[in-house]
Design a protein around this ligand. Structure first.
Ligand code: CMC
Length: 433
């Protein structure tokens, strides 16, 4: 028998079903509440609202747990590739040797993009933000590679998108600098191919370094999914109107761009650079972040779900040390980040508010060391998040309980008011003067 919760409202007792997840997460199903009582629930920012049941990612914000399809992200970061992780998210299980080979062949076969798209790229005004370009280009894919609703092999469409987004991102980087585009190579892995397309040039051929390739794999694995965050919810909500897949993914890219979400990786580096260049003390930055009258927030700190150290941030912190050592780079921003973390995690405000470094706090340092330009950081997050968005979109499309997303509201505007003609309004204003 289903467990229920009892709600007493207007003297009437209503029984609402309880839903329990695999890891004991509990929810009260309020879908019949309005019908039974006339009430809706209010939850601004959806901090207490489940929008779906999902088999993709499990997070425990109190314990700092993140698992994709049941596998801890720490194990994937250590042992898997991003390609394998993408397969896992999309298919619900790890691939066999044959399947991963087949997946690689498909990724290679579809890595080229329509030459006409280059013209499209070049037409963006100089200095356009890469996220602007990526969102527009992904939306435009529907015209270049029409997505047919009755196309049976959805994995083909997903693989094509995963491959083309990587090529488009590297290509837009080259075009934005007025450099010759580097085409993908069939003998390179997913991550090595991206680095080569970004950095190879006729004057200085790019040398693939396995440690850098590994670092990029880890970076993308850590960003591959994060359950119902802002951009993933955007993909699901926009997709729920049965728009084409590219439009839904483009909406996710746009949602990710904000500095409170994926744009935080760029915002962190900009903040650390300002601290470095202006010689601002750690204490004054912390004071500013705590000041209720100042909109400044410590970028790369805090999370809606994690109330402890973000498990991704732990891995990213170790990675930043390793990569800088390997490349023999001495990035002053890493020292500033370490000092800032040290002061913040001991400060009572940050302790009381459960504010810890999140994934974006150290990721910019890793990307900088790889040579990725700062304005491309959020695009790097987007490439990593793509398998998650695709898996979540597919799950929502296949969900027998799925409905078009349509929240309600409590209206607090004017009560019923009479229309007054413009002449009469004008006359009344003049008379009042
Ligand atoms: N610096 C200073 N104070 C903060 C910060 C911060 N980074 N984050 C939250 N707070 C305070 C906030 O002022 C509020 O204080 P009070 O209760 O006294 O008014 C309290 O903590 C709760 O904040 P909130 O905005 O209600 O919390 P939220 O769960 O809605 O916001 C967040 C989560 C990530 C938007 C927020 O922590 C933030 O703005 N962080 C900085 C931006 C950032 O690093 N974003 C990347 C998130 S991880 C990448 C991803 O997955 O998107």
């Amino acid at each position: 028998m289903t467990e229920t919760a009892k709600l007493i409202i207007d003297g009437k007792t209503v029984e609402l079903p309880i839903i329990i997840g695999t890891e004991g997460e509990k929810a009260i199903d309020i879908s019949s509440l309005r019908q039974q009582t006339g009430y809706i629930t209010m939850d601004v920012g959806f901090g207490n609202t489940g929008s779906c049941k999902s088999k993709i990612t499990f997070m425990d914000g109190e314990k700092g747990i993140l698992r994709y399809r049941g596998i801890p992200v720490e194990q994937l970061a250590e042992k898997a590739t991003f390609r394998e992780t993408a397969f896992l998210l999309l298919n619900g299980r790890l691939p066999t040797l044959d399947e991963i080979t087949q997946f690689s062949v498909m990724l290679n076969d579809h890595s080229m993009i329509h030459e006409d798209m280059q013209v499209f790229f070049s037409s963006f005004p100089r200095g356009s933000h890469p996220m602007n370009i990526l969102a527009a280009m992904v939306n435009a894919l529907n015209s270049f590679y029409p997505y047919l609703q009755d196309e049976t092999d959805i994995n083909f469409i997903f693989t094509r998108l995963l491959s083309k987004v990587r090529t488009m991102s590297a290509m837009s980087h080259k075009i934005s600098r007025g450099h010759k585009v580097v085409y993908p190579k069939a003998d390179l892995s997913y991550c090595a191919n991206f680095l080569n397309m970004m950095f190879d040039s006729p004057v200085k051929p790019y040398r693939i370094d396995n440690d850098i390739v590994k670092a990029l794999n880890v970076f993308w694995i850590l960003h591959a999914d994060h359950e119902q965050n802002c951009s993933t919810s955007a993909v699901r909500v926009v997709g729920s109107g049965k728009v084409n897949l590219y439009a839904a993914i483009s909406a996710g890219i746009s949602a990710l761009w904000g500095p409170l979400h994926g744009g935080a990786n760029q915002a962190v580096i900009e903040m650390l650079t300002r601290i470095h260049e202006d010689g601002v003390s750690m204490n004054s930055i912390i004071k500013k972040a705590k000041d209720k009258n100042d909109p400044f927030r410590l970028m790369g700190f805090g999370h809606r779900v994690y109330k402890t150290y973000d498990p991704r941030a732990k891995i990213m912190k170790k990675m930043s040390d390793k990569i800088l050592k390997k490349l023999k780079l001495d990035d002053p921003l890493l020292d500033i980040a370490r000092q800032l973390e040290e002061v913040a995690v001991k400060d009572s405000y940050f302790v009381d508010h459960n504010l810890y470094p999140n994934v974006d706090f150290y990721s910019g340092i890793v990307l900088r060391a790889m040579g990725i330009p700062t304005d491309m950081f959020t695009e790097m997050f987007a490439i990593g998040r793509l398998p998650g968005w695709l898996a979540q979109w597919k799950e929502s499309m296949d969900d027998p309980e799925w409905k078009i997303a349509r929240p309600r509201q409590i209206y607090i505007g004017n009560p019923k008011t009479k229309y007054i003609s413009i002449n009469k309004r004008d006359l009344e204003t003049k008379e009042a003067e």
